[in-house]
Design a protein around this ligand. Structure first.
Ligand code: ZN
Ligand code: ZN
Length: 97
């Protein structure tokens, strides 16, 4: 539950508050309309967007988070936002400032 909520907040932050997802204009292999939703300006989901670049495996980095003791976290993470699983909530804290 919580994870889903965080994910939704992340999407809103990433896409801007006014962005609304639209149904993909692509067609599935059975020539049915694709039911995926997308925020992309091409109106195609990642499955149908020829410009979609699959993310390459990222190197792990040291977490940008701050521990309860006020020290920088030493955990390594592969998360895009640079925060380990313990400090996921801190990414929003920094963005708001
Ligand atoms: Zn699609
Ligand atoms: Zn951390």
């Amino acid at each position: 539950m919580n994870k889903l909520k965080l994910c939704a907040i992340g999407l809103v932050l990433a896409g801007g508050l006014s962005a609304q997802s639209v149904q993909c204009h692509g067609y599935t292999k059975d020539t049915n309309e694709c039911q995926n939703r997308t925020l992309d300006s091409t109106k195609l989901c990642y499955l149908h967007n020829p410009f979609y670049v699959k993310k390459v495996e990222t190197e792990s980095v040291i977490c940008d988070g701050i521990t309860k003791k006020g020290k920088s976290c030493k955990n390594k993470t592969k998360n895009d936002n640079g925060f380990c699983h313990l400090h996921q909530s801190q990414q929003y804290f920094y963005k708001i400032q």
